[in-house]
Design a protein around this ligand. Structure first.
Ligand code: SF4
Length: 425
């Protein structure tokens, strides 16, 4: 029996899909890359952008066609947009299972009931198709209480709920035993971790316990809200070299008026101050951000402030999106919505500027010695590794092992990629 899982959206969705994948393995399913071969199709949806919903609806059209030819096919729909999509579909009778983004922990029980009804039973011979355990994604907090005016997540994922420390440590025990090399701690806003726990614990406190207990695992975290970033996190990172010196800090915009309309809770000056503090701790830290162009009321001048922001910070990477109205959010009703053509022009300008910045940024890495963790390999003996700052580097060798650490010297840039040679210290 084969399953095909289609995931749209963020890392939290990737994590949820991974849970479903392991669940299906327990029922003797194996994964396929071809939905036409599948006996079970699941679409894990995202409601953050209109495009994501269209993608899900269009894929469900394919699933409906397959089911017509293969009536035994099970079709499941989960994730933030499942209810919205159900309302949008003219015919949803081919969908066997629907579950939204709330109460994710109940999904395995619901799944069990569905699979039992369809005659499937758990098997002892669990066969996963993963040979190398590399990154374990571990949510530490669900939901969001920040209510940015453009974002639908708080309405779909509910209030923040931190997972207890002991549960998280038991998950890390399992990850260490299974040989995972790195752990990515996830949450819509990891900086809010722990205030709802009794006794309470800060994110910095949790990070110290985790990184200190598992020095052989590298840690990373997503996403940090700039308004809540605690300087203690930097101190914990200083004490623990096994935390990547990478910061993903969504700025969203460079204009103070727009930031206020977005309800982001910081000014661009405060954002710059945070970046300066981070760089005073870690001068080589890599920085990435999310940016929205075409938010209602964004003038040419306001957009220019976003361009100033990326020039000032010199991010390693940006993730830019055109603003799209989300039903039920305050920004949906804001006046001065921006025409699509203007949004497109602005995003192209922004991406062009970032391309140039990334190029300049990469050059500062040439001649640098670094410790790489080997993460993968292609057909031509090109291995890929990550520096302690989470910069991806390509290295040519016959003898490296995925998951091992190697000293390397970055020698050049080829086609936008950093190239290194193995180096003995
Ligand atoms: S912090 Fe803002 S953008 Fe992020 S999930 Fe919460 S409401 Fe949405």
């Amino acid at each position: 029996m084969l399953f095909f899982l289609y995931t749209i959206g963020c890392q939290m969705n990737e994590y949820d899909t991974d849970v479903y994948r392991h669940f299906l393995y327990q029922y003797g399913f194996q994964s396929t890359e071809d939905p036409y071969m599948a006996d079970f199709i699941m679409v894990n949806t995202c409601a953050v952008r209109d495009k994501s919903i269209k993608k899900a609806v269009s894929f469900l059209g394919i699933a409906a066609k397959i089911k017509k030819e293969k009536p035994s096919l099970i079709v499941a729909l989960t994730g933030c947009a499942s209810t919205l999509i159900l309302e949008e579909l003219k015919n949803s009778s081919y969908i066997d299972f629907v579950w939204g983004a709330l109460n994710q922990t109940e999904i395995p029980n619901k799944f069990s009931a569905l699979l039992a009804k369809k005659g499937f039973q758990k098997t002892d011979k669990v066969q996963t198709q993963h040979s190398v355990h590399f990154t374990k994604e571990l949510p530490i907090i669900f939901g969001c209480d920040s209510f940015c005016t453009y974002c639908i997540v708080p309405y779909l994922r509910g209030h923040e709920k931190s997972l207890p420390k002991d549960y998280l440590l038991s998950e890390l025990d399992k990850a260490a035993l299974a040989g995972y090399k790195e752990v990515l701690l996830l949450g819509q806003n990891v900086n809010h971790y722990g205030s709802d726990l009794d006794p309470s614990l800060t994110f910095a406190g949790l990070l110290q316990i985790m990184a200190g207990t598992y020095p052989a695992i590298r840690f990373d975290f997503l996403t940090s809200h700039p308004k809540d970033f605690d300087i203690q996190i930097l101190r914990v990172m200083q004490n623990n070299p096994n935390i990547y010196r990478h910061f993903h800090l969504p700025a969203q915009h460079g204009d103070n008026e727009i930031l206020q309309k977005m309800n982001r809770g910081y000014t661009k000056e405060e954002y710059f101050e945070l970046i300066t503090t981070i760089r005073s701790f870690f001068p080589m830290a890599t920085l990435s951000t999310d940016l929205i162009v075409g938010f209602p009321g964004e003038t040419d001048t306001a957009f220019g402030h976003t361009l100033d922001l990326i020039e000032t910070v010199q991010f390693d990477m940006i993730f830019a999106a055109q603003y799209s109205k989300r039903p039920g959010t305050p920004a949906e009703a804001f006046p001065d919505q921006i025409p699509e053509t203007t949004k497109r022009e602005r995003i192209n300008t922004l991406l062009e500027a970032q391309k140039r910045i990334s190029k300049i940024n990469n050059r500062r890495w040439i001649g640098r010695r670094c410790k790489l963790i080997i993460t993968g390999k292609d057909q031509e003996h090109h291995f890929f590794g990550k520096t302690e700052e989470e910069k991806t580097v390509s290295i040519v060798s016959d003898s490296l092992v995925i998951g091992s650490e190697v000293s390397a010297l970055i020698t050049k840039i080829d086609n936008g990629s950093l190239i290194a040679e193995a180096w003995s210290l």
